[in-house]
Design a protein around this ligand. Structure first.
Ligand code: HEM
Length: 491
């Protein structure tokens, strides 16, 4: 007979099944996502519901690097595998051919995917957010303004800032990345806004820009106390300082008069920008600000990291340091004989070994280790289909650490760049229509910094963890602190 206990046990089992079955089905659907699609890469794991494998990616610091995360999966699944990161089903593509396909996007089937925090702080007219024609036009203006041929006319100004700022390092202990970042900020404010670094305005913008930078990869929660809240407010303060300058430039343009900023503006992308049309309308002042701020905010950390890592590797390899120093001393002597102090663009080609050091740092520590795009339609590639809406992640750092292309990849060896790098196997600045606009600028300021540091200083390492975090960009955990002494060069 059906006892009451029996009935409640059956009820319990049925209730459990009613709860468990849908959960199981959702989970099963999640794990097998994409298998219904013809030829989607079936290998890989989508991880947990909704969060996917995101936590395991953001945990990649110190010993467990992003490279290790990738290698574990490469071994299990092959060069192209699926995952689920940052709330999106993802295909990770790792060979040079796969990386090139995504970066070049030959059939225009992909869009950029800046994190919401970056979008919030840089604004809707940022080069990182724009797509299609708008992106191409803005890219051209910004890119042209920082190519070597443009930078040529600005190097003596940059050099003056660099030498003056570095002179304050003498006799002190500095955290190289932080101290270098401040110098790069000054140079960038000069370059993009035409505001001289001695100017009180540059000082005011500088501190606010630093706050903005910190928010670029934060959680996009606008609530008092959060990093994003502080960064967003700092951006508003920057606007309050910069917008009047842009307005003044516009009124000077229309009235034909001159302003205190007119001479600086003559060297800037302002003129093209002020007449530029965005979405069929004359560009707004805020959009001009978005466009000029984007390279400053996203580009200030990279060069400082490269300088830090160069000093780190040179210190660990005394024979390489000696060769670099000998080259710097030789160039410096030549310049002294000509009565010159500042490094010029034409001197860069003579800094051959230092350029090899620069390339080797970019290889061994791919500063931006990966980028991503979203498929705007189903994409057919090498017999696979990448469904519309999926994220494509290309960690090009793996190519730079592939022993097939770079024997003994963990060894710091600038000699591997005695001949210029093969562009198919070396993309620290990306490739295609979103190639880094700051590549020439980075080379110039990094070589300028190393030239001055190597020729004027010696140093002892005070604090160095030797551990790195690789996402979103490579940085040494705890900083790299060195105590600086002046260097006497024998004649
Ligand atoms: C070590 C230094 C740097 C590295 C390794 C680096 C790396 C990169 C990479 C890999 C990209 C491509 C992103 C993509 O394809 O989605 C990129 C884009 C970009 N970089 Fe850099 N960068 C550096 C310095 C700079 C500097 C100094 C500036 C500014 C002067 C700058 C401005 C930009 C801008 C504006 C873009 C966006 C291009 C676009 O989306 O159209 N970068 N960078």
């Amino acid at each position: 007979m059906w006892t009451e206990e029996y009935i409640s046990a059956v009820q319990l089992i049925l209730t459990a099944l009613a709860v468990f079955c849908p959960v199981f089905l959702i989970w099963w659907n999640w794990q097998t996502a994409g298998r219904g699609f013809r030829s989607i890469p079936s290998k890989g794991s989508l991880g947990w519901l909704i969060i996917g494998e995101t936590l395991s990616v953001v945990r990649c610091t110190g010993e467990f690097t992003f490279e290790r995360w990738l290698r574990e999966r490469l071994q299990k699944y092959g060069t192209m595998f699926k995952s689920h990161v940052f709330l999106r089903p993802t295909i990770v593509m790792t060979t040079p051919e796969e990386v090139k396909f995504v970066l070049v996007d030959p059939h225009k089937q992909m869009i950029n995917c800046p994190p919401p925090s970056l979008k919030g702080i840089l604004g809707n007219s940022s080069i990182f957010v724009l797509e299609g024609k708008e992106h191409r036009d803005v890219y051209k203006i910004v890119n042209d303004s920082v190519l070597m041929r443009e930078l040529k006319t600005k190097t003596s100004d940059f050099s003056r800032v660099m030498r003056h700022s570095l002179s304050s390092w003498e006799g002190r202990t500095v955290d190289v990345a932080g101290a270098m970042q401040k110098i790069i900020f000054k140079i960038m404010t000069l370059n993009f806004f035409g505001i001289p670094w001695e100017d009180e305005i540059a000082e005011r913008i500088g501190t606010r820009l630093q706050a903005c930078t910190q928010g670029l990869t934060s959680l996009p929660i606008y609530f008092p106390g959060t990093v994003f809240y502080k960064a967003s407010n700092a951006r508003k303060e920057v606007d309050q300082i910069v917008l009047p300058i842009i307005r003044k430039l516009r009124s000077t343009e229309t009235s034909g008069g001159s302003s205190e900023y007119a001479s600086s503006a003559a060297r800037l992308p302002y003129q093209n920008l002020l007449d530029f049309e965005l979405n069929g309308e004359k560009i707004s002042d805020t959009a001009v600000c978005d466009i000029l701020l984007s390279p400053i905010l996203t580009g200030n950390q990279g060069p400082s990291t490269v300088v830090t890592l160069a000093i780190y590797h040179l210190t660990k390899n005394p024979s390489i340091l000696q060769r670099a120093q000998a080259e710097v001393d030789r160039i410096r002597k030549q310049k002294e004989e000509l009565g010159e102090t500042d490094l010029s663009v034409s001197d860069l080609k003579d800094l051959k070994y230092l350029t090899q050091v620069f390339n080797e740092v970019l290889r061994i520590a791919t500063v931006v280790p990966a980028v991503g795009r979203i498929a705007t339609e189903d994409i057919h590639f090498n017999g696979y289909v990448i469904p519309k809406g999926w994220f494509m992640l290309v960690p090009f750092m793996l190519t730079h650490m592939d022993p097939e292309f770079y024997p003994e990849p963990s060894k710091f060896d600038p000699d591997r760049f005695e001949t210029p790098p093969d562009p198919g196997k070396f993309f620290p600045f990306g490739r295609g229509n979103r190639t880094c606009v700051g590549r020439d600028f980075t080379k110039l300021v990094v070589l300028m910094a190393l030239y001055n540091i190597l020729s004027d200083f010696t140093w002892d390492v005070v604090r160095c963890s030797g551990k790195f975090k690789s996402l979103p960009t490579v940085q040494m955990i705890g900083g790299y602190h060195i105590s600086i002494k002046s260097r006497t060069v024998l004649p």
